[in-house]
Design a protein around this ligand. Structure first.
Ligand code: 2AM
Length: 235
């Protein structure tokens, strides 16, 4: 069925190819295991357990979900801006070129991209990987993705487009699906405000910083390059 004849999906996004999914799963499990053994983590454990209602169970999450980076949550067309996103032109060209200017989503549907995973983060609610999008990849990023959550993260409007891009690696039970992106934006907002976090440890994978309230960020020394197919999930 051609794309134009189908209704809008639950969401559009980049889906990691199987081999790289395994690599990301292993890296994040290793990271969490190491984090668990650190004295600094134990010291801040009260922050974590006060905030956490249920533990984040990575292995359970991994079994149930294909790792992906959501671009636009469409909710089958019910989400605000869903149709506009699907029709968003490829280039911001002048209007006379509009007939040669197809929708980016249709044009790039099924293409494989190389995503750069630049950090891993853990909060009492979620575990995720930060995705640093290239100029090309930003073509598929919805203009309002950051502004959408301004009621929860007021500084979100001042963060660059693409700041919210992430891969959810785990969510505690009962936590809303959009929480991972919010947790990431909160950390980036603190960084932007000049709070670099407390550098806790130089780990093999990179430097680990603590941002208070049970929020940990590991900046990867070497970003993980992850091949991912731009597609959608109907669920
Ligand atoms: P995630 O991108 O943080 O993993 C299906 O629920 C997918 O859409 C999940 O990947 C989920 O979160 C994302 N999602 C769910 N609700 C959303 C919302 N309101 N805004 C943005 N993404 C959402």
């Amino acid at each position: 069925v051609p794309l134009e004849e189908t209704s809008l999906p639950l969401f559009f996004g980049w889906f990691l190819l199987p081999s790289i999914q395994d690599k990301v799963r292993c890296t994040s499990l290793d990271f969490l295991k190491t984090l668990d053994t650190l004295e600094a983590f134990k010291k801040h454990l009260p922050d974590f357990t006060v905030e956490a209602e249920k533990e984040v169970d990575l292995e359970q999450y991994f079994q149930a979900n294909a790792l992906h980076c959501t671009t636009k949550f469409c909710d089958y067309g019910k989400a605000e801006g869903a149709k506009e996103y699907a029709d968003k032109p490829f280039h911001q060209l002048s209007r006379w070129l509009v007939s040669y200017n197809p929708a980016a989503v249709k044009e790039l549907y099924g293409s494989v991209f190389e995503l750069s995973l630049s950090a891993l983060f853990v909060t009492p609610r979620t575990v995720g990987a930060r995705v640093s999008l290239s100029e090309d990849q930003l073509t598929l990023w919805p203009a309002d993705a950051e502004k959408e959550v301004v009621s929860v993260v007021p500084a979100a409007t001042t963060l660059p487009a693409g700041s919210r891009a992430h891969i959810t690696l785990g969510c505690a039970e009962g936590v809303e699906q959009l929480q991972t992106g919010i947790d990431l934006l909160e950390i980036l907002a603190l960084q932007q405000a000049g709070q670099e976090g407390e550098l806790v440890e130089e780990m093999e994978l990179g430097s680990l910083s603590y941002y208070g309230k049970g929020r940990w960020l590991l900046s990867l020394r070497e970003p993980i390059s992850a091949q991912a197919c731009f597609s959608s999930l109907y669920g």
